[in-house]
Ligand binder design. Sequence first.
Ligand SMILES: C[S@@+](CC[C@H](N)C(=O)[O-])C[C@H]1O[C@@H](n2cnc3c(N)ncnc32)[C@H](O)[C@@H]1O
Length: 262
Amino acid sequence: MSNIRFFVDYFKHYLTSNSRHGVHSPFVYNLIDRVIYDFSTKEYANPIEELREQLKNDTRTIRITDLGAGSMLNNGKVKQIRSLAKNALKPPRVAKLIARLANEFQPASIIELGTCLGITTLYLSKASNSSHIITVEGCPETAKVAMENFKRLDVNNIETRTGNFDILFPQIVEELPRIDFLFIDGNHRKDATLKYFYDCLPKVHAGSILIFDDIYWSEGMKEAWQEIKNHPQVTVTIDLFYIGLVFFKPDQVKENFKVRFH
Ligand SMILES: C[S@@+](CC[C@H](N)C(=O)[O-])C[C@H]1O[C@@H](n2cnc3c(N)ncnc32)[C@H](O)[C@@H]1O
C-alpha cells in the first residue's frame, strides 16, 4: 500500500462524504443517527479494551502462518503478541462500530473472517450475545491466543475454526441456512474478496449485512469494492472509508452512500 495514495484517498473521501444530513433514505438516516454516530460508552467495551492493553505488553512470541495478502512479508516469522496487538487489530473506534452494528441487527449467526487475537470477535460476542459467532483464523498459533482470550473474558457464543478462508468459508456458507452478518477482515486481495462476496450471495436475504474491511487498502481492493457496489443484488452500500457496509434490502432504491467516520 502506498502511503501517499492512501492519504489522497482519505482526503478525497473526507471532501466527498456526508454526515446524516442530506440522506433521504429513512433506513440509512436511522442507521447513521442511531448506530454509526452513537459514541456513548458501552459497558462491555471496558474489559475488552483492558485485554487489548495487556496484549500490547505481551512479549510472548508466536510463529506466524500468513495465508493473506501480507504472506510474502510475514509467513514463518516469529512475532511478539504485542506487535500483533499494536498493528493487526481493528482500532477501538472501528471495533466498537462493528459491535454496535451487531447489536442493532441481532443476527442469529455472525461470521468473521480474520480472528487474529480475537478482539473484534469479543466485541461481536458481547454486543450480540444471543448470536452464534463463527470466526476463522489461518494461523494456528494466533488462533490459540484468541481462544485463550475468549476463555479469559468468559464468552461462550464463539466457535473458532482454524484454516484457510478459501476452504472453510464455502463450507460455512453451505452449513448455515442463511448469511445474516459477515465481517471480512483478512486476505485483502481483489480476487479473494470478490470470491468471498460471490460465495455468500446464494444465502443473503433482505436483513443481511456484509462488512468489508480496508476497502481503500490497494487498487485491487478499490476495484473489488466498486464491483460489489455495482452488483444488481446489492441495493444499499455505505462507504465509511475504513469499512464498507453492504445491504440487500429489496424495498430500497439502489444507492451508494459515503458517510464521514474520520
Ligand atoms: C487484520 S487481522 C484480523 C483482526 C481482527 N478481526 C480484529 O480486529 O481483532 C487478519 C487475520 O486474518 C488472517 N488471514 C488472512 N488471510 C487468511 C486466509 N486466507 N485464511 C485464513 N486466515 C487468514 C490473518 O492470519 C490475520 O490474523
